[in-house]
Structures are given as structure tokens and as C-alpha cells.
Ligand binder design. Structure first.
Ligand SMILES: Cc1ncc(COP(=O)(O)O)c(C=O)c1O
Length: 461
């Protein structure tokens, strides 16, 4: 095919013939066209048929935080590329240096930025640092990494090893050893015999039991999403984060917060962990860092962590012997600088807080109207609605019906998400993560689409 062809049907046929899409069964594409997104502006995208959609999930996977069509980001990337596109990160780059300062200014207590280009890769960097610290400083002992049920940290085999979503992991084992699960913290699915008020404390007690069973001297780090994303939009209960921080201090465990989804504004603060006053040792981020205008991820650490790799400089094995070829692409930080400036200049953190509260209120109204909405939760523009077949017993709604709601919204021209291939029997949470620029009118349109979809899909027979 001529690379410059504009014949859209030819493009669709090429896609059908040669592209292997992510996260999707391809059999239906033998009879139906794959969807191709051709253009985007603000909150909206257009497909190959010219159909307009309001995107309530920021590029499908909570990424395009500042919205589509930002020419100033494209201009900054172009200017950077024609001047200097790439050099390995053994050397610095001008945008890399500038962005590292901007970023760490917004992350008190953290000082060092390690560049890579996907969320999975950033998490792998943190895991490798933990393992190397164990070798260098603990005789190899503190090498285990704790992760939480229902969390997701990426797609590589080692990230899946830290993955708390059995359906994501199934058929990809054997996994990397040394990763150990702690209990999830979704109070709506309270797995302990405690009241709501005691739920946070119960999660912490159960986590401490895991630490003690494994042996604190074997555990190097605890890796957590600040608010679980694909595992069901889980906001931890009161007391949870203080308890986690306390355990990390008590047992000398490094705290790794995976901000790949929450990072750079999604919840109304620069980072999700900043709602909770905790002091992480590692923070990883990717999606919203440059809103998808260029690939970039960061593993950010404290000076204390960084210093651990500087001692014994005469030993050629003693520093962080890691490389990410495309961590040296200058387009990533060039885009990230503009992305961050946009968030600040347009006051998008405040908008996210305000619109998040507005959306939560509207979703509460939906819950009042629709028996199937069992639980509404989230923070900022990061929200979930858990659907149930029966409210009193909280029996999860079957996935097919949840997907039917997503499909109905799509027909109406509104793109929403749902947990999928995540937890057996619990892929029942609808997800909303509109761009941080969302206005009340956008939220109203999204909620109206949901309202109609819920009414149609669950209409009495
Ligand atoms: C919390 C979290 N961490 C890590 C990742 C992996 O990021 P990537 O797909 O860029 O490798 C994801 C992806 O959805 C995620 O949701």
C-alpha cells in the first residue's frame, strides 16, 4: 500500500490484513471493520466513517490528559526533533534536563528522574533498583517485592509477576520469582469480618501478616497503585496509607507508588499519592506525562535511593547498569514540558477536582435511578461504577451485560471503558477518565449516554 494513500477503505483493509490490535479478539474483524481513529480535537475523536465520539476515557486507556489537537505540543516536539532528536541517555538532553527539574519541583522529597518509554518499563526499572539494592546492601536478602491484589503494573512477564489480576496473568506463567501478594483494599468487596470503620486497619493488619510470614528481612519494596485503575477504580479506605507508610518504616521496606494512571493530574493533584501525605521512595509514571503526544515514562526516586548506587565508584558493577534506548528520545520530555505547562496555565488540576466532584454527584444520581449501579467511586476525573445483579448481595453483574452498556454508549457516540480480562467474575466496573479539560456540558453528555444505556440494557423483559 502507498504509505500516503488517503483512501480510507484501503487503510481499513490494510489494518484488517496486517495489524494485530491490542487487547482484542480478532475473529469479529473477519466480518466487521476494525475501528480506526482518524482525528481528534479537544475531548472528541472521529473514526474512519467520520462519526464523532466524545471520549470519556482519554484515548481508551486514561492517557490523553490535556485532550487532542494540542498544536503547541506538536510544535515543541517538531522544534526539538529538527534540532536534536536522539542521543542515548548516557548523555543528557536539553528537554530531559528541563523536565526533570519541573517534575521534581512538584514532587517534594524526590530528586532523580530515570527516563524510559512505557509504564511497564518504568516499573521494571524500580524493580531492578530494588533487586540491586538488595544485592549491594542486604547480602541479596531484601529482594522480595510485595504487590496488591487487583493492581496492575504492566505487561512484561516481570510486571505481570507483580500483577494482582488473575485474568491478565493467565497463560503467561511461569513468572519471575520473588513477588508476593497482599490483600486488596476495596471495601465494597470487604474480605474481612470487620465493619466499614475498621476496614482500613484490617487491610493493614493483613498486609503486616504477609510481611511477617515472608520475613521482613526478605522484603525490599512494596509496589502499589495510589488508586487502583484497571482492577476496578479502587480508592483505598481511610487509614490505609498511614498504615502502609508505617509498615514500610517499621520493616525498612521501600515504597514504590505506580502513578502510571494517576500521575500528572488525573485525580486533581499532580500525583495520586499526594492526597495522602505519604513519602514514597520510587514513583513511576507514563501515560499522562505527555498525554500520548510522545512516548515517555519516568522512574523518579529520592536522593537516598540514588546515593545507594554511587558508593564504591571503583567497582565497575556497582552502579545502575541499565539502559533504555528510547529513553533517550528527546520528543518525550519536549512534549512533557508543554503538557505540564498547559495543565498549569489552564488550571486543569482545579478543573479536575471541580469536574470530578460534579461527575461523582451525577453518578450518584444514576445510582439512585438504576438498581444495577451498586457502587460509585473515584477521585478527580477517575471514576468507576460497579454494576451488580443484586444490590443486597452485591452479586457482580455478568461481564456481557457490562460490555453491552459500553457498546450502547459507543453507538450513542460516547466512548466509556470497563474493567476487562482482569478478575474472574469481577469484570463489572464501568470506567470514566475524561480529559482534564472536561466541561460540565461534556460530563452531562457522558452521564446522559450512561443513563440511556443503563435503561436500555437493563430494561425489564
Ligand atoms: C497502573 C498501571 N501501571 C502500569 C501500566 C503499564 O503501562 P504501559 O502500558 O505503558 O506499559 C499500566 C497500563 O495500563 C497501568 O494501568
Amino acid at each position: 500500500m502507498d504509505a500516503l494513500s488517503n483512501d480510507i477503505q484501503e487503510i481499513v483493509e490494510n489494518d484488517r490484513a496486517h495489524v494485530w490490535h491490542h487487547l482484542i479478539q480478532h475473529k469479529p474483524f473477519e466480518t466487521a471493520d476494525p475501528r480506526i481513529i482518524v482525528e481528534g480535537r479537544g475531548m472528541r475523536v472521529w473514526d474512519q466513517k467520520g462519526k464523532e465520539h466524545l471520549d470519556a476515557v482519554s484515548g481508551g486507556v486514561w492517557t490523553v490528559n490535556v485532550g487532542y489537537g494540542r498544536t503547541r505540543i506538536a510544535d515543541a516536539v517538531r522544534a526539538q526533533l529538527v534540532k536534536m532528536n536522539y542521543f542515548a541517555q548516557t548523555a543528557g538532553s536539553v528537554p530531559g534536563a528541563i523536565f526533570s527539574g519541573m517534575l521534581t519541583d512538584r514532587m517534594p522529597g524526590l530528586t532523580r528522574v530515570y527516563y524510559a518509554n512505557s509504564g511497564s518499563e518504568a516499573n521494571e526499572k524500580a524493580f531492578k533498583m530494588v533487586r540491586q539494592i538488595a544485592h549491594k546492601h542486604h547480602g541479596g536478602k531484601k529482594h522480595k517485592i510485595l504487590y496488591r491484589e487487583r493492581d496492575y503494573h504492566g505487561t512484561t512477564i516481570t510486571c505481570l509477576s507483580a500483577g494482582g489480576q488473575p485474568e491478565r496473568n493467565a497463560q503467561y506463567d511461569p513468572f519471575t520469582p520473588g513477588f508476593v501478594a497482599i490483600p486488596h483494599c476495596l471495601e465494597y468487596r470487604n474480605q474481612f469480618d470487620v465493619t466499614s470503620e475498621d476496614y482500613g486497619a484490617a487491610c493493614i493488619r493483613a498486609t503486616e501478616e504477609v510481611i511477617l510470614a515472608e520475613g521482613p528481612d526478605t522484603i525490599g519494596a512494596l509496589c502499589l497503585e495510589p488508586i487502583t485503575a484497571g482492577g476496578g477504580v479502587i480508592v483505598p479506605p481511610p487509614g490505609y496509607w498511614d498504615g502502609i507508610q508505617g509498615l514500610c518504616r517499621k520493616y525498612d521496606i521501600l515504597l514504590h507508588i505506580d502513578e502510571v494512571v494517576c500521575g500528572v493530574g488525573r485525580t486533581g493533584t499532580w500525583f495520586g499519592y499526594q492526597h495522602y501525605g505519604i513519602r514514597p521512595d520510587f514513583v513511576t509514571m507514563a501515560k499522562g506525562v505527555a498525554s500520548g503526544y510522545a512516548a515517555i515514562s519516568c522512574c523518579v526516586t529520592t536522593e537516598h535511593v540514588f546515593e545507594m548506587f554511587k558508593d564504591d565508584a571503583d567497582n565497575p558493577m556497582n552502579y545502575f547498569r541499565d539502559v533504555s534506548t528510547f529513553g533517550g528520545c528527546a520528543a518525550g520530555p519536549a512534549a512533557a514540558i508543554e503538557n505540564m505547562k498547559i495543565i498549569e496555565e489552564e488550571d486543569l488540576l482545579q478543573n479536575t477536582t471541580d469536574m470530578g466532584a460534579y461527575t461523582l454527584g451525577k453518578l450518584g444520581e444514576l445510582q439512585d435511578r438504576h438498581e444495577v449501579v451498586g457502587n460509585v467511586r473515584g477521585k478527580g476525573l477517575f471514576l468507576g461504577l460497579e454494576l451488580v445483579a443484586d444490590r443486597p448481595t452485591r452479586e457482580p453483574m455478568e461481564e456481557k451485560k457490562v460490555q453491552a452498556v459500553v457498546a450502547d454508549c459507543m453507538t450513542q457516540g460516547v466512548i466509556i471503558g470497563a474493567t476487562n480480562r482482569s478478575l474472574p467474575g469481577l469484570n463489572n466496573t464501568l470506567c470514566l477518565s475524561p480529559a482534564l479539560i472536561a466541561a460540565k456540558s461534556d460530563i452531562d453528555e457522558i452521564v446522559a449516554a450512561l443513563d440511556g444505556a443503563l435503561a436500555r440494557v437493563f430494561a425489564p423483559a
